[in-house]
Write a new protein. Structure first.
Length: 251
């Protein structure tokens, strides 16, 4: 079995972080390391993690403390730099996986010889109960296709670091850093491969950034204009497709 390094940026996550660790320890695929990059939380997150580690004694879980609050992008990059696994996966502190997620995705990555993989997911409420809205993913996605459809959700992503360099997997310090990274990688000619199985729950709370629709629109527009350097006409054209696909994902 190949080692999977799971990177989790952690900030003010005391309410959900124990369940996050539980879902990883419940995986049917056991060869993993969990890198919790703690970004100077102001609540009891660190205490929850330390108590959990003391009670479970699970040495596969590592607490990495940032010297100062620097945001999710830098927290993920810190975790990536310390990752030892062939496969690199991402999990947000308020989301969770079903038990077969890693096993099925690793098998998919190996069978298809995939460098960049992602999966379907389901929206869930604050209690983690699925809402029945499942976002299905395409079998493949290219750079041009991804510009019009931000269907790739961070908590579903996995990279094979023998097929794509860790140097390329670096989140930029901008808003919607995850989408910006996917585009940067796909722009090199890498093709993303989707596994259309619902094994991931995306918890949406009132505090979730992406729940602010106006802010989400502003962020995607800025990515087109600043990150991708598109003109106004091209940005508007892609934005229309993005908006249509965003609505479809929530129906």
């Amino acid at each position: 079995m190949e080692l999977v390094s799971i990177v989790v940026p952690v900030y003010n996550a005391e309410k959900f972080i124990a369940q996050t660790m539980d879902c990883v320890r419940a995986q049917t695929y056991s060869e993993w390391e969990l890198l919790l990059v703690e970004d100077q939380s102001k609540d009891g997150t660190v205490s929850v993690i330390e108590k959990y580690l003391e009670e479970t004694g699970d040495t596969r879980i590592r607490l990495i403390r940032q010297p100062q609050n620097a945001g999710a992008a830098k927290a993920r990059n810190a975790g990536i730099s310390m990752a030892s696994g062939r496969f690199l996966a991402f999990l947000d502190a308020d989301d969770f996986w079903l038990p077969e997620k890693l096993q099925k995705q690793v098998a998919f990555m190996e069978e298809k010889q995939v460098a960049f993989g992602f999966m379907s997911y389901e929206f869930a409420d604050e209690n983690g109960v699925g809402l029945g809205t499942v976002v299905h993913v395409p079998a493949t996605i290219t750079y041009r296709e991804a510009l019009k459809n931000t269907t790739i959700f961070t908590t579903t992503v996995m990279f094979d670091t023998t097929r794509i360099s860790k140097e390329l997997i670096s989140f930029p310090a901008i808003k919607s850093e995850d989408t910006a990274l996917w585009w940067k990688i796909l722009r090199t000619g890498v093709v993303g491969y989707g596994l259309d199985e619902n094994l991931v729950k995306y918890r949406r709370s009132a505090q979730t950034l992406s729940s602010n629709k106006v802010e989400a629109m502003r962020r995607i527009w800025n990515l087109y204009r600043k990150s991708e350097g598109m003109g106004i006409v091209s940005s508007a054209w892609h934005f229309c497709f993005w908006a249509l696909n965003a609505v479809r994902r929530r129906i």
